[in-house]
Design a protein around this ligand. Structure first.
Ligand code: NAG
Ligand code: NAG
Ligand code: NAG
Ligand code: NAG
Ligand code: NAG
Ligand code: NAG
Ligand code: NAG
Ligand code: NAG
Ligand code: NAG
Ligand code: NAG
Ligand code: NAG
Ligand code: NAG
Length: 341
């Protein structure tokens, strides 16, 4: 359980560009609505940097390898920082308690963005370099590298039949044959990165995307069964409640619980002041959410109230995981992993 996310914060000097900062939000909206080409993205990024230098907008996050603009730009409505360049690095995490590193996997390649444990106990890691690696956790050996994505792999899930599924910034979802590493199925319907995946109690695959939609897939023929459309920002996180309901967390700062009979919203949870990055269901059935507002909230789903706010991270809380003993682990841009009981 070593690296979940590592981040480095860089602010670097870029000369001022001419653009209307007041329109920046509009640029981002347009970006989400249409297919921007690479040149537009670069111009938009330059504009964002210019505005940030003028301190008229808050923050841009770019995921980018080495300062050449490659992928996505997001406007994030957050208060805590001027500007961050988000970069995945290795060995940057402080562990917040008495944990020692047991094993060091993948210390050679680029950042690890997603993890999943397979039914046979192997660990799958989705990488910034667009590959997925399968690790033997007994001796740390690399068993297989899955290559077919063309951009970073941000989400992984395991289907009820044991198949590994990956969601990528290339907007596709891929299902893999782990006997020989071949591609079993390629699910194409999202128009922006696939940030999150979940498997419903009935076995259906669900995906959340930068196109603000959630899609439920028919895995017999790779078609879309249902599209859930009520978020106004990227869907960063998905989880399944103990009663089987699907819950989603978005960059629009809300959490929604869905009625999957007709695709309507059952409940909207509204108390975070910034993007939701991760959701986890606790052993007692409560929902925990992690946000750019640096907090983790535990929700009472009977009355939509916040039961508890965990207020100890000093930056964006990016990932949550439930440990086997029922404790909650959280990973943050403050470079710590904290364990809550
Ligand atoms: C960025 O990465 C590319 C490919 O990895 C490399 O060719 C280029 O020199 C790097 N640029 C900088 C500024 O480090
Ligand atoms: C670490 O372990 C020591 C000794 O077992 C214990 O006293 C201390 O409370 C632990 N610290 C944390 C943060 O768990
Ligand atoms: C990577 O891991 C191997 C095996 O554990 C170790 O020998 C090597 O020094 C590590 N390299 C780095 C750069 O950490
Ligand atoms: C790791 O263990 C697997 C099976 O237990 C074995 O096939 C493989 O050769 C081992 N690799 C190393 C590097 O020891
Ligand atoms: C992905 O797999 C498809 C089907 O097997 C193949 O046609 C395509 O070339 C592969 N693409 C990459 C980038 O490996
Ligand atoms: C991989 O294995 C599956 C089933 O075991 C088979 O259908 C497929 O053709 C194999 N692909 C390759 C490239 O060997
Ligand atoms: C997504 O699926 C819907 C419904 O099946 C279809 O109408 C639409 O054309 C598809 N869009 C893409 C981009 O594949
Ligand atoms: C896929 O299968 C479902 C149910 O089995 C069917 O309703 C749907 O029309 C099929 N879609 C395509 C594109 O074949
Ligand atoms: C979400 O649903 C509510 C209630 O139906 C509606 O008022 C609202 O406009 C929807 N929002 C989006 C972004 O679709
Ligand atoms: C969806 O179904 C639920 C419960 O079955 C119902 O309360 C709700 O009104 C329905 N919504 C729509 C948009 O049909
Ligand atoms: C969250 O709930 C608290 C307590 O009810 C309230 O004071 C606060 O304004 C709410 N914050 C947001 C962002 O809704
Ligand atoms: C987090 O908790 C630790 C130990 O309880 C405390 O020392 C620290 O000040 C807290 N940090 C924040 C940001 O609340």
């Amino acid at each position: 359980m070593k690296i979940i996310f590592g981040f480095i914060f860089l602010s670097f000097i870029i000369k001022n560009f001419d653009c209307d900062c007041k329109q920046l939000e509009g640029y981002f909206k347009r970006y989400y609505g249409n297919n921007f080409n690479q040149k537009d993205k670069i111009n938009q990024f330059k504009c964002a940097i210019g505005c940030l230098k003028k301190e008229t907008c808050k923050m841009a996050i770019v995921n980018d390898k080495n300062c050449s603009i490659q992928h996505e730009i997001f406007s994030i409505n957050t208060i805590e920082m001027d500007y961050i360049l988000l970069k995945i690095i290795k060995n940057s995490l402080k562990l917040d308690s008495n944990f020692t590193i047991k094993m060091d996997l993948d210390n050679q390649s680029s950042g690890v963005l997603s993890l999943a444990v397979l039914k046979n106990g192997d660990l799958a890691s989705g990488s910034q370099d667009s590959t997925i690696k399968i690790w033997n956790l007994e001796n740390g050996s690399l068993k297989m590298t899955l290559i077919n994505h063309s951009f970073p792999v941000w989400s992984l899930a395991v289907l009820q039949n044991g198949d590994l599924v990956s969601g990528s910034e290339d907007s596709t979802i891929k299902i893999w044959n782990l006997e020989n590493g071949s591609l079993k199925m390629n699910l194409i319907n999202h128009s922006f990165p696939v940030w999150s995946l979940a498997v419903l109690q009935n076995g259906d695959l669900v995906s959340g995307s930068g196109d603000s939609t959630i899609k439920i897939w028919n895995l017999e023929n790779g078609s879309v069964k249902m599209t859930l459309n009520n978020h106004s920002g990227a869907v960063r996180s998905l989880a399944v409640l103990q009663n089987g309901d699907l819950v989603s967390g978005s960059q629009d700062s809300t959490i929604k619980i869905w009625n999957l009979e007709n695709g309507s919203v059952k409940m909207t949870l509204n108390n975070h002041s910034s993007s939701i990055w991760s959701l986890t269901v606790l052993k007692n059935g409560d929902l925990a959410s992690a946000s750019s507002d640096s907090t983790i909230k535990i929700w009472n789903l009977e009355n939509r109230n916040v039961k508890m706010t965990l207020n100890n991270h000093s930056s964006i809380v990016r990932s949550l995981a439930l440990l086997q003993n029922g404790n909650l682990a959280s990973g943050s841009n403050d470079a710590s992993i904290k364990i809550w009981s």
